[in-house]
Design a protein around this ligand. Structure first.
Ligand code: ZN
Length: 115
């Protein structure tokens, strides 16, 4: 489960941020995770819960996950199809089946509240 190491990396980043800003406690952490990022949200949340219990800085932190969506763009007529992680079979406008995924691979630390 590689989410654990991702959470560890996140915590290092947060510890550094807290040190720079003289903060002692993280209140909320907002992450943006896309369906193509390869990160399983539940696993990430699980890793966060486990690791934050042992972490002075993050013990009471709340994790907020914003899921992003993927845009599948038709290469023929440029129509954008917004979708979760389900690639459409073909373009709804022209029926072409060659669609290119845009976005959806985000794994971004969007916002942190500290005190
Ligand atoms: Zn099309």
């Amino acid at each position: 489960m590689h989410e654990i190491s991702l959470v560890q990396g996140l915590f290092q980043q947060l510890a550094e941020l807290a040190r720079q800003n003289n903060m002692t406690k993280v209140v909320t952490v907002t992450m943006e995770i896309g369906p193509l990022s390869g990160v399983v949200e539940d696993s990430f949340r699980f890793g966060f819960d486990i690791l934050s219990k042992e972490d002075e800085l993050l013990r009471d932190a709340e994790l907020i996950i914003n899921s992003t969506s993927v845009i599948y763009r038709c290469t023929s007529c440029n129509t954008a199809h917004e979708s979760g992680n389900q690639r459409p079979d073909c373009c709804t406008q022209c029926g072409d089946s060659f669609l290119i995924a845009e976005g959806g691979d985000e794994l971004i630390l969007q916002k942190v509240e500290m005190e």
